[in-house]
Write a protein that binds this ligand. Structure first.
Ligand SMILES: C[S@@+](CC[C@H](N)C(=O)[O-])C[C@H]1O[C@@H](n2cnc3c(N)ncnc32)[C@H](O)[C@@H]1O
Length: 266
C-alpha cells in the first residue's frame, strides 16, 4: 500500500503511547535460536535499538521504505550490531536465515495476510520467532468516521477508491485473531501466543484524536486531497470525532484503541 511519505514528527507527537505496544510485544519474545534479527517497518527505530541492546551479539537489520523515517532513526547513535535498510516489505525474503522477524504497527499496510504470514514464518530457522502487533480499531469511530466522510458526495470521487481493494480505508486490513491463528498454525510448530489489548489512551489538547490519526491511518487520505481541501475535511472530521470521543471536564479525552499481538514460533 502506498508510498513512503511518512511524517516522523506527527507520528512521534504521541511517542510514548505509540511506542508502548511495541515494547510490550518485545517483552513476550523469549529465547532465540542462532540467526539474524529483522525489524520490518522499523519507523523511527526505537524498538530496533531495544532489540539490538537485548541481543547485542546478534546482527539486526531494521528496514523501512520511508526515507524520512529512516533519517529520523539514524539521528541517534546506532549500535554496531544494527544496520538500517531502505526496502519494501512487499516481496521481502530474509537474505540470511532469521531467528526473529519483529514488526510493530506495520503489517496492516500490506495486503494478502493469508499469504504474507506463512511467507514470513518460512523465513525463520527452526525455533525462530515472528512477533507482530497491528492496530485492530477498524470498526471504531476513529476509523469508521473517516470512511463515512470519504464516501460523502463531495469527497467520494477522490477518496472513495481508498475504501476499495488495496485502499487504506478498507475495514478489513486486519482480520480476526482466529484468521491469524489458522494461517500461521501449520508453520508454527513451536506454538502461537496471541492476544488483544484495548489501550485507553489518555489524550490532551485540541482535536487530539484527529492529531493521533493524522500520524497513521488518516495520512494516505489527506495525501489524496489537495492542500486547499484539507482544512475543511479535517474540521468536519474533528467535529465528528469530538462527538464520538468527548472531552472531559478536565480537558482530557479518553481514546480506546484495540491492538492485536502475536508471537509465533517456527
Ligand atoms: C506506524 S509506523 C510503525 C513504525 C515502528 N515499527 C513503530 O512501531 O514505531 C509504520 C512504518 O511502516 C513502514 N512501512 C509501511 N509499509 C511498508 C512497506 N511496504 N515496506 C517497508 N516499510 C513499510 C512505514 O514507512 C512506517 O515507518
Amino acid at each position: 500500500m502506498d508510498s513512503a511519505a511518512w511524517n516522523p514528527a506527527q507520528y512521534l507527537k504521541f511517542g510514548d503511547a505509540r511506542l508502548r505496544p511495541g515494547f510490550e510485544l518485545l517483552a513476550r519474545v523469549g529465547e532465540l535460536p542462532p540467526g539474524v534479527l529483522y525489524d520490518l517497518g522499523c519507523g523511527t527505530g526505537d524498538h530496533a535499538r531495544a532489540i539490538a541492546a537485548r541481543w547485542s551479539e546478534r546482527k539486526l537489520v531494521a528496514l523501512d521504505h520511508s526515507p524520512d523515517m529512516l533519517r529520523k532513526a539514524q539521528g541517534k547513535p546506532t549500535p554496531t550490531n544494527l544496520s538500517w535498510l531502505e526496502a519494501d516489505i512487499a516481496g521481502w525474503s530474509a537474505p540470511e536465515p532469521a531467528a526473529l522477524i519483529y514488526s510493530n504497527a506495520t503489517l496492516h499496510w500490506l495486503p494478502d495476510h493469508a499469504r504474507l504470514f506463512p511467507h514470513l514464518l518460512t523465513q525463520l530457522v527452526s525455533g525462530g520467532v515472528l512477533a507482530v502487533q497491528m492496530p485492530a480499531n477498524f470498526h471504531e469511530p476513529s476509523h469508521t468516521l473517516i470512511r463515512e466522510l470519504a464516501l460523502e458526495p463531495r469527497y467520494r470521487a477522490k477518496l472513495g477508491p481508498l475504501t476499495g481493494p488495496g485502499g487504506s480505508l478498507r475495514d478489513d486490513l486486519v482480520a480476526a485473531p482466529e484468521f491469524y491463528y489458522g494461517v500461521m498454525a501449520p508453520f508454527a510448530s513451536g506454538g502461537i501466543d496471541l492476544w488483544q489489548t484495548v489501550y485507553t489512551t489518555v489524550l490532551s489538547g485540541e482535536r487530539p484524536v484527529l492529531e493521533w490519526i493524522k500520524g497513521s491511518i488518516l495520512r494516505p487520505t489527506l495525501d489524496r486531497l489537495a492542500e486547499a481541501e484539507r482544512p475543511a475535511f479535517e474540521d468536519e472530521l474533528a467535529a465528528r470525532l469530538a462527538e464520538a470521543y468527548p472531552k472531559r471536564g478536565d480537558g482530557i479525552t479518553l481514546f480506546p484503541f484495540r491492538r492485536i499481538f502475536f508471537v509465533a514460533r517456527r
